[in-house]
Write a protein that binds this ligand. Sequence first.
Ligand SMILES: Nc1ncnc2c1ncn2[C@@H]1O[C@H](COP(=O)(O)OP(=O)(O)OP(=O)(O)O)[C@@H](O)[C@H]1O
Length: 252
Amino acid sequence: MERTGVTIRVEGLTKHFGKVAAVQDLSFTAGPGVITGFLGPNGSGKTTTLRCLLGLVRPTGGEAVIGGRPYARLADPLRTAGASLEASNFHPARSGRAHLRIQCRTAGIPQSRVDDVLELTGLTDAANRATRGYSLGMRQRLNLATALLGDPSVLVLDEPSNGLDPAGIAWLRGFLRRLADEGRTVLVSSHILSEVQQTVDRVVVVYRGRGVAEGTLGELDPEGEGLERVFLRLTSDTPAEPAARTSGREDR
Ligand SMILES: Nc1ncnc2c1ncn2[C@@H]1O[C@H](COP(=O)(O)OP(=O)(O)OP(=O)(O)O)[C@@H](O)[C@H]1O
């Protein structure tokens, strides 16, 4: 299917929760056909940024837009951007299939998509089981299936590998690659660079709410010192990076 690329753009994004500066003047882009890793340690503002992008949290300043518009002003939001944020609370007695059917009905998406996304995410065999019996990995797959219902051009996935076993992580890698190869924009958050280094093309690294690096993996590690070391250096209090040195402190 021919897709027109849709770019994610975050510009000067700032979000304060009371005295906590969760995100501070963060700017980056994520473009079509590319998997962008959004990386940072716990509490560095990743989820808050993704929530701003999806219109779930109102920024204190700056903007986060999809195809030039805030999520709330997209003409066809579910067909433009699909999201999976943290492990959702599915109704425990409802089957995966029933959950997806309800989502379709609510969003005006044809029910025929349910079987498509079950197949795509490898959940067909478990589709009629109640979600209370789903493992964390199966819940992640159901989250992904839900995000894909509208066949969106943009996918925003918060820690999608959480709960997946090694085979599941390998599957996710190939799956995200296919989605990007179809021309979609894929933004994936993670705690650890080494975890996603085989999956992503580019990374945006945040620390204490601020952007500290953006580029391809090669650009981030020109000296070949190892991505794990680069990540730890960028996201520690060692005064190596100006952005890290000037960032505010907040408590979890
Ligand atoms: N609703 C909220 N109210 C108050 N503080 C919040 C709220 N949401 C997030 N924070 C704070 O903002 C900071 C950034 O949190 P956020 O969840 O965005 O980080 P994260 O990088 O996604 O972390 P993790 O990897 O642990 O999920 C943290 O200090 C967190 O405690």
